[in-house]
Design a binder for this molecule. Structure first.
Ligand SMILES: Cc1ncc(COP(=O)(O)O)c(C=O)c1O
Length: 450
């Protein structure tokens, strides 16, 4: 590795960063994270902070899990790569697929299709949803319905069902036949409804209305995150996902639960759907599946969908979709070790307890600072804080102030993430209560600097 002068000198000069303006990266080079331990990260200048972002909602086991690191390293020597396109496979992928299937069998999942990340998993679910209807003889079902504020990755299909326009507008036209319902976002919604249960009913009515308008026989699937993550940690009423499930069932629409963030314990349950007592037809997974140590995702296929594909005799169920790195042996070894560690540590229990501590701590900060317009979370280790410059008018806070808060929090011991005028937090699921306290005091310093 080159010395730190070289690294600083070349920062952002040759690389365009995801989710940022290239000119901004050149003018304000990104913080170089050079090492990490447990739930903390250290930058190139030696400043160590608690990582309240968990990498990017993914480092569930923290940064120091040697079991996963050793499994990856051993697999590199045994078999660093082989294709899983039909005709060949590898031992690690076989074992990993059984473990993932078993972990999500209580959600009704029967089969696993490995991918390289969350966007791939979403894309796989969307494509297989259309194909499911072709195989069962109703090819007119091609449309997708989703929620505003949802985030489903950046492939064209996923971006088309995304519900935040900053991920869409410069890439239009997107996939035709994608329609969006209001988000279960009590702080701002077109119904002016602050009661979460009533808002859930309103959105369910809007879903029924949209189905009647489009024609049920044109709709392939409805996709939602059990708790919307990147859109600002928007937690629906406990009734919401079940209401949407019932509507999907009544109209023959598949339900895809996008669990890229909520899968593997983040909500305090192994899946977000289970957290709400719902069984979807498909699930998209990534992130916590390897704790971010290796890029892997998975589309999980429920019993009903699997049966239609596996009992097909027409030939239409052949899956002409997949990735060079689907079922990558090193990724699969990471999955096996990560699931073993996730189950051994029972990370969902700590996620629930520390998530409550973080949420309650932020609610106390909201009493101290008028700029905190809305605090969302309380279901595991996902917390969102929406900042406003005028609480009565709910005016979104300027980005310059958001950046000041972010920097002061970082200087005072915590890395947090900004998403528009929201502060988003999703720390490792193994975080301690002392580290949560450090995040809270760093946030306090951040808000004081606003
Ligand atoms: C719910 C959800 N779906 C899909 C994705 C896309 O995953 P990836 O960035 O791994 O492609 C993300 C990423 O944050 C996500 O939060």
């Amino acid at each position: 590795m080159k010395d730190s002068n070289f690294i600083k000198e070349n920062n952002a000069k040759h690389m365009w960063h995801p989710m940022g303006h290239p000119a901004d990266s050149l003018a304000n080079p990104p913080t170089v994270i050079a090492s990490a331990k447990d739930s903390s990260i250290t930058d190139i200048d030696g400043h160590t902070v608690v990582d309240a972002v968990g990498g990017l909602w993914c480092v569930n086991l923290g940064y120091s899990n040697d079991t996963v690191k050793e499994a990856i390293s051993k697999q590199l020597y045994d078999l660093p790569y082989y294709s899983a396109f039909s005709g060949t496979t590898n031992p690690a992928a076989i074992e990993a697929s059984q473990m993932v299937r078993d972990m999500f069998a209580p959600d009704g999942m029967a089969r696993v299709f490995f991918t390289s990340g969350g966007s791939d998993s979403v894309e796989t679910c969307l494509r297989l949803a259309r194909q499911y209807h072709v195989v069962r003889g109703e090819p007119s079902r091609t449309k997708f319905i989703s929620l505003k504020k949802g985030y489903h990755g950046t492939h064209f299909g996923g971006a088309s069902v995304n519900g935040n326009n900053r991920f869409r507008i410069n890439y239009e036209p997107l996939l035709p036949g994608c329609y969006h319902l209001p988000a279960p976002y009590t702080y701002r919604n077109p119904f002016n409804e602050t009661d979460p249960a009533k808002l859930a009913q309103n959105i369910a009515a809007a879903f029924e209305d949209e189905i009647a308008f489009q024609g049920a026989n044109t709709i392939a699937a409805f996709i939602m995150e059990p708790i919307q993550g990147a859109g600002g940690v928007i937690v629906p009423d406990a009734s919401f996902m079940g209401l949407m499930r019932d509507i999907c069932d009544r109209h023959g629409i598949l339900m895809i639960s996008d669990e890229v963030i909520t899968g593997f314990g983040r909500t305090g349950d192994w899946s977000g759907a289970r957290h709400w007592g719902v069984k979807p037809d498909m699930m998209s997974m990534a992130k916590g599946i390897t704790s971010g140590y290796f890029p892997v995702g998975a589309a999980l296929i429920g019993d009903k969908v699997a049966e239609v594909f596996e009992n097909d005799t027409s030939g239409n169920a052949a899956i002409f979709h997949g990735y060079t790195y689907s079922a990558h042996p090193v990724g699969a070894a990471a999955v096996i070790a990560t699931i073993n560690e996730t189950l051994r540590l029972d990370t969902k229990v700590n996620a629930a307890a520390r998530g409550a501590q973080l949420f309650e701590g932020v609610e106390k900060l909201a009493q101290k600072y008028d700029i905190i317009g809305n605090v969302r979370g309380g279901h595991g280790l996902m917390t969102g804080i929406e900042l406003v410059s005028d609480a009565a008018k709910k005016t979104p806070m300027d980005m310059s102030v958001m950046k000041r808060v972010h920097k002061a929090a970082y200087d005072n011991g915590a890395m947090v993430r900004l998403g528009a005028n929201n502060i988003l937090m999703s720390p490792p699921l193994v975080i301690t209560d002392t580290e949560i306290s450090q995040i809270l005091s760093a946030l306090d310093a951040g808000f004081a600097a606003a």
